[in-house]
Write a protein that binds this ligand. Structure first.
Ligand SMILES: [Zn+2]
Length: 267
């Protein structure tokens, strides 16, 4: 899941990570792809439809994360074929991205539209289902580890917030079913039971409501307008389920130099 770019970060270009070589051609991106060393541990992509360039930031040690790097490339594919908002979150230019108030609300938009990752993984699965399977089982064992050690879990909740937990667990649960990974269902069910015990009924119920919503998420339409419509309506639904004080809307904005693009507004 992508987060806001850090303020004032330096860029150092790096070469195509070795583990991506077997998949790079298969994803078949048409725009130029450049890789940069990230200062934080966030793996993220930025796709620019004007310069026709993807920039992928890779944190220390992340150049070995094959499935996650392929996932970033697939974000790029959706940006090329549908809209850059499937690669990163574009906000209306009237917002000041360094303003802490903006960053707080922007984070809620990020969380509400995080399920873009499910559509990205639909593409990753087509390229190689081993990659999605590895990603999802890794997440199941991470949740299992967290819930067995409440200290780590509380630390996680403090750092990332409760909503991040609901969203990531819910999406992973939906992906288990979407990718027919029945062998992970039992362990995942035990995790849900522990969520109820360790975090309480409110957490448990909310996790369930959200995972059901993600399970029913339709496939991404191949028509741009329809895809944008679904992105907006599903993002609004998640924001409502999580009781966020925002109503995210995608509006068409015309930039003097760059032309038309879809951007998020949230108030
Ligand atoms: Zn992603």
């Amino acid at each position: 899941m992508e987060r806001l770019p850090p303020i004032g970060s330096e860029e150092r270009e790096i070469s195509l990570p070795e583990v991506l070589k077997p998949y790079f051609e298969k994803v078949g991106l048409k725009w130029k792809v450049r890789f940069f060393q990230a200062e934080t541990d966030t793996l993220r992509i930025d796709s620019n439809s004007v310069t026709k360039e993807h920039r992928i930031w890779v944190g220390e040690g992340q150049e070995k994360w094959q499935e996650l790097l392929v996932h970033e490339l697939c974000h790029g594919k959706l940006a090329e074929t549908l809209d850059p908002n499937f690669s990163q979150v574009n906000f209306h230019p009237r917002y000041d991205i360094d303003d802490p108030q903006f960053r707080k609300k922007a984070q809620l938009v990020y969380l509400s539209q995080a399920h873009v990752d499910i559509w990205v993984d639909d593409l990753v699965e087509k390229i190689d289902p081993i990659l999605t399977k590895r990603m999802i089982s890794q997440a199941v064992s991470d949740f299992d580890r967290f819930l067995k050690r409440p200290n780590i879990l509380y630390q996680f909740l403090k750092e990332k917030g409760e909503a991040y937990f609901f969203v990531t667990w819910g999406m992973n649960t939906a992906e288990i079913k979407r990718r027919n990974l029945g062998e992970l269902l039992e362990e995942n069910q035990r995790i849900l039971e522990r969520i109820f015990i360790v975090l309480g009924a409110n957490y448990g119920t909310l996790s369930q409501v959200l995972s059901r919503f993600y399970e029913e998420l339709p496939k991404l339409p191949s028509e741009k307008e329809k895809a944008i419509e679904l992105l907006q309506s599903s993002t609004q639904s998640v924001s409502q389920i999580l009781n966020f004080p925002i109503k995210p809307k995608l509006i068409e904005h015309t930039h003097q130099r760059y032309g038309k693009s879809w951007v998020w507004k949230f108030d």
